[in-house]
Ligand binder design. Structure first.
Ligand code: FMN
Length: 425
């Protein structure tokens, strides 16, 4: 790191571009008053929209832009180090509006620029720009663009965190422009990770809410990123990671590991229930008892009346099956069940087994509603749910035990889910 790069800076006091290496400048914007991002994310001290400018012998590349509202700041920083006529390349690593807001105006101002986006971004670009259309070149892993003495190489990293996302690697400077990956909502005008305040919480929080739902895609991206020689990671939000960038890549690898390590080779079935008069509770105990008879399945029973649902997210991520028991209340399933299911959007549920049961008084909509939601979350629902009118009889409890056995057998491959073949009817 050079002495110049280490000097404390405060980008809030200037509209100049900030050098991050001999060929690269930061030309982004600060948004220090933001407290909620994209509706779902809280931020304690705002965010930054990071955009970068690369100067090569044969011209200039701009990598990402900013949210439209911050265009003036972006253009002022850009103009402090480049002329629009010199811009040959514009790369969008991610098309979300906080990075493409200034794109239409930039394309108008830079007549010789060509736009480079991922293949999956093509249709998204149409959806975003509506009225305007620009020529572009779709790129994928190992495609390159040369600026004479330096080369931008693209890495196709879809779903980090939209389908269109990619990273761009500046080979000669070993800088990875990583889009939203390795980013976080943290606004500190000192800009570089070795100068800003402690942003570990924001980094972890951002991963948990934005990257964690796409764990498989993060793993695929890491296969491309880990072999790279990295001097700097330049994400689209938060500090620029020039001090020990590999540490953040390693942290991503760690974060893709399941939070709870499996304690045994047994499959795990989690039975959750809520019950006002004890009817669904009796059914839950019967489901639990039936499933427990099957070897190779560890079954747990949880009453959701006990409190918050968040602690169960990690457990569910680690489990092979979940069974949900709820009464029908006012034509719906109970709120705690919906809370549990909505808290699962941060994990991948594909391939898990799900099942629903519950007591009802007259209409009994809850079981079907939760089954639909489970399917919507890509959970397999191989056994039709059980509904019991009011107090379960001994016969009905036996059906619940059988329901539990059946689930456990499917989870341990002792039983294949029944497929109705119309040819046999
Ligand atoms: C406030 C309230 C609203 C209810 N609404 C419905 C309803 O819309 N449809 C229905 O089938 N049963 C309804 N029920 C009946 C319950 O589903 C029924 O009493 C069930 O057996 C309760 O099971 P539990 O003991 O597991 O809570 C309602 C019960 C209560 C107390």
């Amino acid at each position: 790191m050079t002495a110049q790069a280490q000097r404390p800076i405060n980008v809030a006091q200037t509209r100049d571009a900030v050098p991050i290496s001999s060929r690269v400048h930061w030309i982004g914007a600060l948004d220090p008053t933001l407290r909620t991002f994209d509706i779902i994310l809280k931020t304690a001290n705002g965010t930054t929209y990071n955009a970068y400018l690369v100067r090569g012998q044969d011209g200039v590349a701009v990598i990402d832009t900013v949210k439209e509202k911050f265009s003036d700041e972006f253009f002022q920083r850009l103009e402090s180090v480049a002329n629009y006529d010199d811009i040959r390349v514009i790369v969008l690593n991610h098309l979300e509006p906080d990075h493409t807001g200034a794109l239409p105006e930039l394309m108008r101002r830079a007549p010789h620029a060509r736009l480079y986006i991922s293949h999956k971004a093509q249709r998204m670009l149409k959806g975003l720009l509506k009225q305007e259309s620009f020529d572009f070149t779709p790129v994928t892993t190992n495609d390159t663009v040369s600026l004479g003495d330096c080369t931008l190489r693209f890495l196709n990293t879809p779903y980090l965190h939209w389908p269109d996302t990619q990273c761009t690697y500046l080979e000669e400077e070993a800088i990875l422009f990583s889009g939203d990956a390795f980013g976080c909502h943290f606004c500190d005008p000192r800009l570089f990770n070795d100068l800003v305040g402690d942003f570990r919480f924001s980094f972890e929080y951002y991963y948990a809410h934005i990257m964690r739902p796409f764990r498989e895609h993060v793993l695929a991206a890491l296969e491309l990123i880990e072999p790279l020689h990295l001097k700097i990671i330049a994400p689209t939000h938060g500090p620029i990671l020039r001090d020990q960038p590999a540490r953040y890549v390693a942290r991503f690898r760690e974060l893709t590991e399941p939070r709870l390590k499996k304690e045994s080779t047994d499959k795990t079935l989690l039975v959750f229930y809520l019950s006002s008069y004890g009817n669904t509770a009796k059914m839950a105990e019967a489901v639990y008892a039936g499933a427990s008879e099957i070897e190779g399945v560890r079954v747990s029973l949880y009453d959701l009346e006990g409190g918050a649902v968040e602690p169960f997210v990690d457990l569910i991520e680690d489990a092979e099956g979940i069974a949900l028991g709820t009464p029908t209340i006012n034509g719906d399933a109970t709120k705690a069940m919906w809370d549990l299911l909505s808290s699962l959007v941060v994990i991948n549920l594909q391939g898990k087994v799900g099942a629903v049961f519950g007591s009802y008084g007259w209409s009994g909509e809850a079981v079907g509603m939760l089954e639909d939601r489970l399917r919507g979350l890509k959970v397999r629902v191989p056994v039709p749910g059980i509904r019991v009118k009011l107090i379960p009889t001994e016969e009905e409890l036996e059906a619940c035990r059988q329901f539990g056995r059946q689930l456990a057998e499917i989870m341990t491959d002792k039983q294949k889910p029944k497929v109705i073949d119309f040819e046999d009817l």
